[in-house]
Design a protein around this ligand. Structure first.
Ligand code: MN
Length: 240
């Protein structure tokens, strides 16, 4: 491969990586990101950070097994497919399907990323209350821990159809911010770095909770990984 060609691939790889993170271009480095060593179309499903039965009874083992092994994997595969199609489009200088593959890359890229963040938002040793540093920032941003929990749970329960609720660090005013996402990427704000999320697609809870999304969301507080969330916050603040 000549130097020019190598540079084109490297450069488009960087652009592709920014794009595949959906509308959150500013996104923290996290092990939640599918690992791909910077190669186009080579993202891999990250392993679950705990056994599938570790979050029982709040998240049942069968749901976690299917959710990670089938659903999360499908988004990683979809991201790889979209990246390879976009690479092919550049090589052929044929961008007739650019809108389709751009949307596919945003949808699957966001799905691949958010599921990793979701696994890390929970822990078998979770629950309880956040430590002082995270707790203080939550209080500054939302008034109190209880107000934060009420706001976040209401946002999660009210997501229209399939989507997510996220907690993010907002760079511009150094505060925390709650938002809803539809599908995996719609309604995403800019200028924020996600640090925690809950998946409210039916595949996340239907086997155990059926139509009772609210019960699933309320159970989430028993497995929330405060320590891991604070670690992410610290990394974001450190990296700026
Ligand atoms: Mn999901």
């Amino acid at each position: 491969m000549d130097e020019k060609r190598r540079n084109i691939i490297l450069n488009t790889g960087i652009i592709g990586s920014a794009m595949i993170l959906g509308t959150n271009i500013i996104t923290p480095k996290a092990s939640a990101n599918p690992q791909n060593q910077g190669q186009i179309g080579k993202h891999q499903l990250p392993p679950l950070p705990y056994p599938t039965n570790a979050l029982e009874p709040y998240i049942d083992a069968r749901t976690l097994e299917l959710h990670h092994g089938k659903h999360h994997k499908a988004y990683v595969d979809g991201l790889n497919k979209a990246e390879l199609e976009l690479e092919k489009a550049r090589e052929n200088n044929d961008f007739s399907l650019i809108q389709h593959w751009s949307k596919q890359a945003a949808f699957h890229g966001a799905g691949a990323y958010l599921h990793g963040l979701y696994w890390e938002s929970m822990s078998p040793n979770g629950g309880g209350i956040p430590s002082d540093k995270l707790g203080n920032l939550i209080e500054k941003s939302f008034g109190s821990i209880n107000s934060f929990k009420a706001h976040f749970a209401a946002a999660a329960k009210a997501v229209e159809a399939s989507g997510w609720a996220l907690l993010a660090y907002r760079y511009s005013d150094k505060s925390l911010y709650i938002f809803q996402v539809e599908n995996h990427q719609k309604l995403s704000p800019w200028n924020v770095a996600p640090i925690m999320c809950i998946d409210v697609w039916e595949h996340a809870y239907y086997l155990k909770y059926q139509n009772k999304r609210a019960d699933y969301v309320d159970g989430f507080w028993n497995v929330i990984n405060w320590k891991g969330i604070e670690n992410k916050l610290n990394n974001i603040i450190k990296e700026g």
